[in-house]
Design a protein around this ligand. Structure first.
Ligand code: NDP
Length: 281
């Protein structure tokens, strides 16, 4: 028997799973599309019903793969995509969204993010996001790779406080946001999406994690995901195109690590003691 996937409630009241599915590096090689689609569909079957994609991934290829995986189950999924910064003008954001919808074979995104900050004024991007929301093409919008100063600037723009989520690099080895950005987002009702939760697979080979995982008959990747799952308001989006690893990631929900072991991990992966610039990939 599995524990249900925990949830996070977004500012508008929509509840989403705290463990979803990433898609970076999907849709790049045709021969791999079959296993990518199967992995996404397995993840959905196991309750990881949030998919994170972007127009950037495979230059539209990842969105096409997601579109196929979702053909008969769009309504069961919370679908997230992102606009390139250089497309994020008032009209460019709308056009980019429509292109994403076409590739994803759907009429709406649940969440649309500005992938990182670029040249276009935030006010223009926000105005476009609000227009898309009013037209029913997106359910909510947010940002990615925004540090505290960026969030403050965003919130000062008309409509900027409607931001539902900030997607940032966050994992056991990259804990800088715990100092200021995570508390800021919590205080302002902005959900945090943790990208690269297994540090792009590297945490699966960390000796200390291997050591602790053994005691739980778990894997290092599961400990890395459990670290995020115990944090309120945080959504982890591991990517895997491998059926066994998708199940393994789902099973991280069942893991109960003792406070003593978390303290031991804090000694290895120390929480920040001062402001660190937001790390990004
Ligand atoms: P992850 O930390 O999710 O790691 C993915 C890598 O780890 C893949 O190589 C995968 O290989 C491997 N992996 C997955 N599960 C396991 C496991 N249980 N044990 C060992 N290895 C495993 O990195 P990502 O950078 O992909 O981040 C996740 C998602 O976040 C992305 O896919 C994307 O959707 C989003 N993202 C957003 C960014 C942004 O700027 N907003 C930047 C980076 C990512 P395999 O597929 O073979 O299993």
């Amino acid at each position: 028997m599995h524990d249900p996937v925990p949830t996070v409630t977004l500012p508008g009241g929509v509840t989403v799973p705290a463990l979803g599915l990433g898609t970076w590096q999907m849709g790049e090689v045709k021969a791999r599309a079959g296993e990518e689609i199967d992995s996404l569909r397995l993840g959905l079957d196991l309750g990881m019903t949030l998919i994170d994609t972007a127009e950037m991934y495979g230059e539209g290829g990842a969105e096409r793969v997601v579109g196929i995986a979702l053909e008969d189950r769009r309504d069961d999924v919370f679908l997230v995509s992102k606009v390139y910064p250089w497309n994020a003008s008032r009209s460019g954001t709308i056009a980019a969204c429509e292109n994403s919808l076409r590739r994803l074979k759907t009429d709406r995104l649940d969440l649309y993010l500005l992938h990182w900050r670029g040249e276009h004024p935030l006010a223009d991007t926000v105005a476009a996001f609000e227009e898309l929301k009013a037209a029913g093409k997106i359910g909510a919008w947010g940002v990615s790779n925004f540090d505290v100063a960026d969030m403050e600037e965003l919130f000062a723009v008309p409509g900027g406080a409607n931001c539902a989520a900030n997607q940032v690099l966050y994992n056991l080895g990259q804990r800088g946001i715990e100092y200021d950005l995570l508390p800021w987002c919590r205080a302002h009702g902005v959900a945090v999406m943790a990208y690269s939760p297994i540090e792009q697979g590297r945490l699966a080979h960390h000796p200390e994690l291997i050591h602790i995982a053994k005691a739980y008959q778990a894997t290092p990747a599961q400990i890395a995901l459990a670290f995020l799952l115990r944090r309120e308001g945080v959504i982890a989006i591991p990517k895997s195109a491998n059926l066994r690893r998708v199940s393994e990631n789902r099973d991280a929900v069942d893991l109960r690590v003792t406070e003593n072991d978390w303290a031991a991990l804090d000694a290895v992966f120390s929480p920040p003691e001062r402001k660190m610039p937001l790390a990004m990939i």
